[in-house]
Ligand binder design. Structure first.
Ligand code: G3I
Length: 367
């Protein structure tokens, strides 16, 4: 199936990753090797296009035991026209992961920002039918190949002011909160083996927003568990900001409360936004590494935490550099440095902070 489409991938600059001579990344023991020694896993988001870059592929092979598609596995990319699905992009990534001995996270079945444009005009019944078909078709297509599915992404939104803190998405407005258990139930039926996760951002910092977001996420998880919904994992995105407070004690309390619900925890999109730090790269990299150290030391102390996935390995691919969010740009226009490798694929202090955190982490059963 994939070979038939390979010419298109080649045209799109997505030739076989094996074409790239596997460069060796000299030096220290890789991050996933260190993680696996403690029953953890380390990985990165990736795109099919990025798999054409030999230096990046070498670093992925040296450091990662887990991959996730940064965008190719989302609804709007899989089904750009109603009823016409293509899995060529995510299959390409899944094949690289399998051939490289890496596990694959699925991201994400339902997310208000990745619904296809044609879904905006559907009425409630048609939208429910389209969402059901998408969840079933996609989870069935990847059956047996996904370690953990992000079934639902970012459904808690404090600013919408609902008593249950749910985000007023089209799915919520037209179908009510039941769209959430329905998605998990359909995903479970389509893929009995994958762990099913709820994934969200904004819980990590010791701010009023972070404390309220944690309450909202816990409320949703408790409601799902009490209703017998098949959710096993909380995905903590981990998009940190170097200028915001982080308190290890309150963070560990939150992780403990999630674990007490019988859930495991995966850090799913880890990076550190340095937009408020001075431009000088030395001190900036050190500040990013210090927050990385503090966050991972507190996080990995929780036995229910099972993996850490960075939202890219190299600064050159970071979504933060692409200005996806306007307030992510630095006022001095200096390039963001949020990830373990710099744009020239040199390991940064952040890489070493992640390595040290895995080395110091208490062991747990294998991921
Ligand atoms: O590569 C194509 C290019 O060929 C095409 O010409 C262009 C025009 O459409 O699109 C390019 O793909 C873009 C892709 O990023 C790579 O840059 C997609 O349009 C764009 O939608 C995609 O944005 C992604 C975004 O999610 C929406 O899917 C970002 O890469 C990705 O980092 C971001 O990730 C999200 C998580 O899924 C959820 N948590 C927040 C996180 C950051 O926003």
């Amino acid at each position: 199936m994939l070979r038939r489409h390979l010419p298109a991938l080649l045209l799109a600059g997505c030739g076989s990753p094996q074409a790239a001579a596997p460069m060796r990344v000299e030096g220290a023991t890789g991050l996933n090797t260190r993680a696996a020694a403690k029953g953890l896993a380390f990985g990165s988001a990736i795109s099919a296009r990025q798999l054409q870059q030999p230096d990046l592929v070498a670093a992925l092979r040296a450091d990662c035991g887990l991959l996730v598609a940064e965008y190719e596995q989302k609804w709007r990319i899989i089904e750009p026209e109603r009823g016409r699905r293509s899995f060529v992009g995510p299959d390409f990534i899944a094949r690289f992961a399998r051939e490289s001995g890496m596990a694959l996270r699925g991201h994400t079945l339902l997310w208000h920002e990745s619904e296809p444009g044609w879904a905006e005009s559907l009425d409630a019944r048609a939208l429910a039918d389209a969402a059901d078909r998408h969840v079933i078709a996609t989870a069935t297509h990847f059956r047996g190949r996904i370690a953990t599915w992000d079934v639902l992404n970012e459904a808690i939104h404090l600013a919408d002011g609902r008593p249950d803190w749910l985000r007023r998405t089209r799915l919520l407005r037209l179908l009510g909160p039941d769209y959430i258990p329905r998605a998990f139930t359909l995903a479970r039926a389509a893929d009995p083996a994958a762990r099913l996760a709820y994934n969200d951002y904004g819980c990590e910092h010791a701010t009023l927003y972070g404390r309220r977001k944690r309450l909202g996420v816990l409320a949703l998880l408790r409601a799902l568990k009490q209703a017998g919904v098949p959710v096993q994992v909380l995905g903590v995105q981990g998009h940190l900001s170097a200028h915001l407070a982080f308190e290890a004690a309150e963070w560990r309390d939150f992780l403990g409360e999630v674990a007490s619900l019988g859930l495991t925890i995966e850090i799913t999109e880890f990076d550190v936004n340095d937009r408020a730090l001075p431009a000088a790269t030395g001190p900036r990299d050190e500040a990013v590494a210090e927050l990385t150290r503090r966050f991972l030391q507190a996080t990995l102390a929780e036995p229910a935490v099972r993996s850490v996935t960075c939202w890219g390995l190299s600064d050159r691919h970071s979504w933060i550099r692409r200005g996806v969010l306007a307030d992510h740009r630095r006022r001095d226009n200096a390039e963001a440095r949020p990830l373990p490798y710099d744009a020239q694929m040199q390991r940064k202090p952040m890489w070493h902070a992640i390595a040290a955190a895995f080395d110091a982490a208490p062991a747990r059963p294998p991921f």
